[in-house]
Design a protein around this ligand. Sequence first.
Ligand SMILES: C[S@@+](CC[C@H](N)C(=O)[O-])C[C@H]1O[C@@H](n2cnc3c(N)ncnc32)[C@H](O)[C@@H]1O
Ligand code: SF4
Length: 446
Amino acid sequence: MNNKLRAAISTTAPATPLSMRIPERLLTLYLRPLMGSLLNLQPVEDLNLPPAQSELAYSLYIHIPFCETLCPYCSFNRFIFHKELAKQYFQDLRAELRLVHELGYRFDTAYIGGGTPTILIDDLVALIDEVKSQFGIREVSCETNPNHLVPGIIDRLAGCVDRLSVGVQSFTPELLRAVHRLEKFGSPELILDRIAYAAPLFPTFNIDMIFNFPGQTPQMLRGDIQAVMRSAANQVTFYPLMVSRSVARSIGVMGKYSPLTELPLYRIIVEELNQAFESQSVWTFTRQQHQLIDEYIASHEEYLGVGSGSFSYLDGRLFVNTFSLKAYHEFLAKQHLPLTGTKQFSPKERMRYRFLMEFFNGKLDRDHFINSFGITPEIGLWLEMLFMKCFGAIHVDEEHDYRLNPGQQYLIVVMMREFFNSVNQLRDQARRSLSPAERLLCQIDK
Ligand SMILES: C[S@@+](CC[C@H](N)C(=O)[O-])C[C@H]1O[C@@H](n2cnc3c(N)ncnc32)[C@H](O)[C@@H]1O
Ligand code: SF4
């Protein structure tokens, strides 16, 4: 553990008894291999998506993988922005969406993530208009960066986007400098001013923050939380730093990452934010309820992702699109879906996936589980349910559903962190097989 952080925690954060650490440690040990095998995708040629089932509600994810600057902690599929490449990409996205439409898919919600979706604002607005009329989409969530919260860019999305999410990561100048965002996106004061301008334009305005950066002290985190509370945003998401191998290398200069500092920092977030916000998921907090959240994978059981490096989960099977921009274009020029790998989940894996996504939002629906799998969670997932019960993490509510007990959300944070770490390992692996020219565009050297 970083010395500065250890000293600060020992004086300012509540001590974490060893007993509190055991469940999370056991869980991490149990989950690592499980998540690895869950996401062990098989490369397949000539793959297609299953046709849509008319009775199901799906959500659509659209990935825009271009950024003006590449942040060292980020292991998403992103490339340095080149206008011609990005223009072509928007055309290819349209072609992919047409193929998806032909398979009968309709969506009520679209999540546009990146990368930086607002990087070509005219193309983005045209794309949103098109998908709304093509698929009957009613709600749109979109991501951006602080330098785009200005007139001429962000006001173009007013009235067409329901939830805007801006990545801030931290309001601490030292941390912003360390992740190369201070120069690019400006000081905390400038970012707060831009949020004050943009937030009233959208029903939900979310700030994405990261905690547990190497070198982040509890005092720094408290300063971040205060800034969020002063801001005009009505939603905040605090992600634990997720460290794949490539991220560990690129953030190495900040100090050594430690999962042991995660719980005391998470407790500070929950305690302090609860004065003004309510929990909406284990890491999203809102000033009012019933808003969209970032995790499209948890809002609808089945989702379809378009764009390079997107994932889809349909009919118990995971699909992944090619991470190569060149291959993405070539697939679509031939009118083929740009799929590169798949994994059929076993019944047990489907149950585990349901367990994780539903508890992420606080509740496992027992009847829905029985209807889907013909078995109760206590039998189908006896080990997981026993674990949750033994550590006092869940109770049965009046509708016979399982709810997380207050103060036990951290177990789910650990599970989600492990899940996303596996997704990030998969992204790392996919990037390693890109051509040297594309590796240069995403600044991957190994
Ligand atoms: C992938 S970015 C896309 C949107 C936008 N470019 C941005 O920077 O916010 C969405 C959010 O993912 C989170 N994120 C990225 N890498 C992460 C990591 N390694 N660990 C935890 N959160 C991460 C950041 O909070 C970021 O704002
Ligand atoms: S955090 Fe956002 S801006 Fe930074 S590289 Fe990732 S997607 Fe791009």
